[in-house]
Design a protein around this ligand. Structure first.
Ligand code: HMH
Length: 219
């Protein structure tokens, strides 16, 4: 499963953008302990809204996994992702009360709205499954890489933020991202030239949306 595929090739080509998405100042500030708590609260509220929009996107991937994936285990991988989103929403609610963020009054900022519109466009049945899976992997992998960085050797992550970091930085989530990547790579192997061009473009746009999303935490 450590075979080099299209995704790694594209990540090499767009390395600086990938680094911008996975080593954003906000993430680095969590890791070095200098994080501004008002930034964290902004991120928390915006990400809660994002996750609510991400659920129907993942549900759409799940439906397509049942119909279009080559292997029966593909659907189970996506179902696992959907199940963890269920936990995630509960986690957000408890973090919201812990930090005094009332989600009912949080309004989606422009970057968040644009990310949601992008997800909606990917749910169009004309978008090839290999393209959707590439986006899905990118969305999950950016969080995995970012928050794992906050837990890496020598971190000074504040204790009250390790819950957030563990949520996406844990090894189970890393394995899940690798499973999604393997499914995406298998689909990309059989994709048309046009689909490959589109998948690369969609991956770049995911990374851009992720950078813009972190930027909202600056307030
Ligand atoms: C912005 N990207 C954003 N929020 C999330 N919760 C995820 C990705 C999940 O991986």
């Amino acid at each position: 499963t450590e075979k080099r595929g299209m995704i790694d090739t594209w990540l090499d080509k767009h390395r600086s953008l990938y680094t911008a998405a996975t080593r954003h100042d906000f993430v680095v500030s969590i890791r070095d302990g200098s994080v501004d708590l008002s930034s964290f609260k902004t991120w928390l509220g915006q990400d809660y809204l994002f996750v609510r929009e991400f659920v129907p996107f993942v549900a759409n991937v799940l439906i397509r996994a049942g119909k279009e994936s080559g292997e029966t285990s593909d659907m189970e991988v996506v179902l696992g992702g959907l199940a963890s989103l269920n936990d995630e929403i509960e986690w957000f609610k408890s973090e919201g009360s812990k930090w005094g963020v009332d989600f009912s009054t949080v309004v989606a900022q422009k970057a968040n709205q644009e990310y949601s519109r992008f997800l909606e466009a990917l749910m169009n049945s004309e978008v090839e499954y290999s393209v959707v899976l590439t986006a899905f992997w990118g969305i999950e992998a950016v969080y995995q890489e970012s928050f794992a960085h906050c837990l890496g050797d020598g971190n000074k992550t504040p204790a009250e933020l390790t819950g957030a970091c563990n949520r996406w930085g844990n090894d189970g989530f890393r394995q899940y991202c690798l499973s999604v990547k393997n499914i995406a790579e298998r689909c990309l192997e059989n994709a048309s030239r046009d689909a490959l061009v589109e998948a690369e473009d969609v991956l770049v746009r995911v990374l851009e949306h992720e950078v813009a999303f972190w930027e909202m935490s600056r307030g």
